[in-house]
Design a protein around this ligand. Sequence first.
Ligand code: SF4
Length: 675
Amino acid sequence: MSSSSVRAVCGSCAAGCGIIVELEGERVVRVRGDVSHPTSNGYLCQKGHRIPWFHHRPDRLDEPLLHGRPATWDTCLDDLAGHMGRALDEHGPDSVGIYWASGMSGDAAGMLTLGRFRAAIGTRQLYTSMTVDHAPALRAQELVTGSPELVPTWVPEDPDGRLVLFVGCNPAVSHGYMTVLPDPIRRIRRFQQRGGKLWVVDPRRTKTAEMADGHLATRSGTDPALLAWLVRELLASSAGGDELRRTTSPEDRARLAAAVGPFDVVTTSRITGVPAPELDGLLDAIRAAGRIAVVTGSGLLFAPNGLVGEWLRWALMAVTGSLDVPGGMWFNPGWLSAIERRDPWEPAPPEGSLAPGPRSRPELSLVFGEMPCVAMADEIEAGTLRVLIVAGGSPLTAFPEPERTAAALGRLDALAVMDVVASPLTAMATHLFPSAGQLERTNIQFYNGRVTLSRRVVAPAADRRPVWRLFAGLAQRLGLDVLGGLEADVATEDDLIRQRLDGARDDPEALFAAGAHGILPPRTYGWVRRFLPEGRWRIAPPSMLARLPALLDPAVPDRPFRLICRRVTATKNSADYLPIDRLADRPALAVHPDDGVALGVGQGEHVEIESQAGTVRGVVRLDPSLPRGVVSMLHGSNTTNVGGLTSTVTSVDPLTGEPVMTAIPVSIRRLLGTP
Ligand code: SF4
């Protein structure tokens, strides 16, 4: 059997690390880091190393199933297209919906055909993991800049960088969020060796916090108050100087100053639980640095007031003059679409772009053209949504109320699932399509500016196919075109990728030539202002100012513990890269050892966690890195599902459609024996 190795990009998360895939024939035997990769420098996390296991795992899906029985692709597609055609004829475009999530990341041909299919049938029923993940970040961006497209990024290699503040974010483990960090520990260390300061705001002493020059252990859910106080102090001293005056209006500065006025250090210390001298330490460090970068993550975004916290992050960067300048945050102008070359667009109104949303949930809006995930069950129960395609994700683990979600999915005329491995969701599918995995398709990754093209490493095994074949097959049967005029029997993945690259910054062939090492757009600054509303950051949107007083008087929790979410390197949401019984931090319900004593539970004992929305059972792990009074659970896991403690109805932000998924009051009860 011949041995070979292929340079590629890891598609297991958005960090896009360079990999070398070693093969014996078609068998993937080893994956190692590509030391010549310009960003990841040979780094691989556990998921990257485990790609061979994932690729050959015994529960890979290999053949289509129709109502649980083996079928051909044609039979499955014929039947599904029949359901769709009838639903569209009898109930209109909104009777057919699509949900996609992070498993589609990098699948350029799949995403192109998915988008065209949705447009061709004219459905508004598009759901993605955005509204159970980062919708607050995008809405805050839109409120401040007038567009959700202008994404600020921290660049650790920026020679002018002096201070980065991570809020509710543990990139040493998660590899970042809106700022994605391949090779995070070495890159943060180099930033510090050049004199850069790292500060972390997080209830838990995370791996990133252990590296920090300063760590403020806030009470979970109170980070927005800390940000409001920083804004107050730095705005009062005009810390951003000319840059602040040039890029914000005097009226906005006055309104913001009045709104954050009550957040003095005593009040902020009371709310956050952080002693005033520690708060002052962070403020002094920011003053010394001048310009700063602020990076947030799920600890802020998933919490109550996540949107307010995100807006305050923008306000903090604006008042320190840190946006679109060296030493602060860089805005990636893009390679797939050169944003800075476009004509300025009409900015969204100060209250955000709010289009009518699901009929069953009139209090919710469409969120950037998508239905909020919390409304999917309502739309099915109301009889509006009848046929659903799910690709690369699982509503059962990503949405609140998994039991209600499962019951709703069970009422559909057809639930078509395309995925790589078996799961509780694939077991429910009426039409199950086995998907090509990350090594069996060509991927385009784009992260923090760099765009890479990772060629297919091995041919799809068994009867697996890429996602674009699903949409092409359905479109052909429904008389639609998702292939840009190509015939289905001659179209190739490369054809579709070249179509996707239409409008790119340079000749698409440049990306094919650059391959896995990719292309970095110019690191230019100062181009964003041309796109801002009246050339300024909108630092005082009325809807956000109106929410500030509520931060001053946080509700007294009616239960003794707070749920906080965590990530581990061996999983990415519902995708496990180790057999679940080998996960290092399983069991997944972690509490401080002193809380274990107070509860009368020890390592490995069973407990039930209860919130206002429901209960979850699991096994305890004692973790001294946690503060007292919190319980930490994996997010998006197939094992112990946080969704059982969250609600599709209460605590949903109407501006983002996002449910509260962390900092939830919970109680813990010891169970006798195995639950
Ligand atoms: S951080 Fe891990 S999962 Fe993400 S791209 Fe790198 S190796 Fe893959």
